[in-house]
Design a protein around this ligand. Structure first.
Ligand code: FES
Length: 110
């Protein structure tokens, strides 16, 4: 598991409760409140999106909300920075292809 449990300087991390979420329709588990990207990384997922022109894979790069390499479609909303967005029970996370300017189908305004 690729998850830091006890950091030599920051100490032991407190976790939220274990929750189920979905990546491209597949059930996964993570901890409530951790960044979506952290839950994906812990599960071995490194590709979050593909670039529009060259279809190259992108994943966590800065991990501080600056680069947009980690954006995905979350609950139908495109361009969500998963390194900055807390995980919640039942989230529907999808790999993003290109830059999606419009809200994805099924977007409910969340
Ligand atoms: S990894 Fe750079 S914005 Fe998320």
């Amino acid at each position: 598991m690729a998850r830091i449990e006890n950091h030599p300087i920051l100490g032991k991390f407190r976790k939220g409760r274990k929750v189920r979420f979905y990546l491209d329709g597949n059930a996964m588990e993570g901890f409530e409140g951790e960044p979506i990207a952290a839950a994906l990384k812990a599960a071995g997922v490194i590709v979050h999106r593909y670039t529009q022109k060259r279809h190259e894979p992108r994943g966590i790069f800065c991990a501080i909300g600056r680069c947009t390499d980690c954006v995905m479609v979350v609950d139908g909303v495109p361009n969500v920075r998963t390194c900055m967005t807390p995980l919640a029970e039942g989230m529907n996370v999808q790999t993003q292809y290109g830059v999606l300017a419009k809200k994805a189908e099924g977007w409910t305004g969340r």
